[in-house]
Design a protein around this ligand. Structure first.
Ligand SMILES: Nc1ncnc2c1ncn2[C@@H]1O[C@H](COP(=O)(O)OP(=O)(O)OP(=O)(O)O)[C@@H](O)[C@H]1O
Length: 364
């Protein structure tokens, strides 16, 4: 039975993790706080080395925080060793036993917990059905494909009915098509079991398509927590806007504020009204960001003007790179239609119109 959404499953409070001593000290986590809800698909997203795996390992109990605490359903889990925590992990390399069958792998954890044989059998059957692996239950895991191994690893981790499932880049070993399939499969499993999933990835597209909420991390800190829409459309700072999707950055001076918008004067002298991120303090210099799909090319005058430098066809859309008169670069993304090309050529003098609410001012 899925648990009520909204209540906190995992509460990370002021957690620091320092590795090494003296000069070689690394703060893998620099005072991180986050609340992850019950029945949530929550993703830790960030570049390599930002501290994602370290946070997972602390929640799993494989390592201890240097400071701060981690609560599970309101209780400090510090005294509990990993096997006593109602938390399970799916590792990147699956960590299956190759000499055991699919069913034996799935039942292994339950047997270690001393569950009665009949219960193990019933639960293994349920898990085989959940991950659609009934037909291969007697195959050794060394004799099944990567995608099938992934399903077995998931079934094994879900079998003891953990409250929280930790997934450390579980799809990274799969090819593109299988990866897409497993993304949908993981979403289905999370929905059907109602277990809180904490998923680690450095792939922004994967995070956007799968998550209820995302925490964007950089250098041991959480920079922003929000829904995929929040993170993409209302990035709190430059790093988030840059890491998630493609963005145009324009240097601007703030020459006025009002109605939650800032009047930004661009290098070209043009002014545009841009929304401001929460907590923005007006100062002389700022960066205006505009997503490429929120701008339009015109052959007449726009908010910006420049020359087409490059046109890149992507099948579903076309990216048109423009060198602005201010010498900055700007990309416009146009949806392709069946009947026509993008309508512009290299060297064309063009205008760029920026839609209402498309521009946002960020703190640097
Ligand atoms: N056992 C350790 N000893 C020393 N430094 C460590 C240890 N584990 C992690 N680190 C350092 O802590 C930082 C965070 O590492 P972590 O593995 O959490 O990053 P990550 O975001 O998961 O990266 P990746 O995506 O590459 O797995 C890195 O600078 C890493 O080198």
């Amino acid at each position: 039975m899925p648990e009520q959404p909204g209540r906190s499953a995992i509460e990370v409070r002021g957690v620091r993790k320092v590795f090494g001593t003296g000069e070689s000290q690394v703060a893998a986590l620099d005072t991180v706080s986050v609340s992850i809800r019950e029945n949530e698909f929550f993703t830790l997203l960030g570049p390599s080395g930002c501290g994602k795996t370290t946070l997972l390992r602390l929640i799993a109990g494989f390592d201890f925080p240097s400071a701060g605490e981690i609560l599970l359903h309101g209780q400090d889990i510090a005294p509990l060793p990993p096997f006593k925590r109602p938390v399970n992990t799916v590792f990147q390399n699956y960590a299956l036993f190759p000499h055991m069958t699919v069913a034996e792998n799935i039942g292994f954890g339950l047997e270690m917990l001393g569950k009665p044989k009949a219960e193990v059998k019933a639960r293994v059957a349920e898990m085989l059905k959940l991950v659609k692996m009934e037909a291969l239950s007697n195959r050794r895991t060394s004799q099944i494909s990567g995608g099938q191994q992934q399903r077995v690893a998931l079934a094994r981790a879900l079998a003891p009915q953990p409250k929280v499932l930790l997934l450390d880049e579980p799809l990274s070993a799969l090819d593109f098509k299988l990866r897409k399939e497993m993304q949908i499969e993981l979403k289905r499993l999370q929905h059907e079991t109602g277990i809180t999933f904490i998923f680690v990835t450095h792939d922004q597209e994967e995070a956007l398509t799968m998550s209820d909420r995302i925490a964007v991390m950089s250098s041991g800190k959480i920079l922003q927590v929000g829904t995929p829409w929040d993170i993409y459309d209302k990035p709190a700072e430059r790093f988030v806007a840059d890491f998630i999707g493609e963005t145009n950055f324009l240097t601007a001076a703030i020459t006025g504020m009002g109605n939650g918008k800032a009047r930004a004067t661009l290098k070209s002298g043009a002014t545009i009204d841009a929304t401001v991120a929460e907590g923005f303090q007006p100062k002389d210099n700022a960066t205006v960001v505009v997503r490429p799909e929120h701008a339009k090319l015109t052959s007449g005058k726009g908010d910006l003007s420049g020359t087409v430098e490059n046109i890149v066809y992507f099948g579903t859309d076309t990216h048109i790179h423009v060198r602005l008169d201010s010498s900055e670069t700007f990309t416009v993304r146009q949806q392709n239609t069946r009947s026509a090309g993008c309508g512009f050529e290299r060297g064309d003098k063009v205008g760029i119109s920026i839609g209402n609410d498309a521009a946002q001012v960020l703190r640097d």
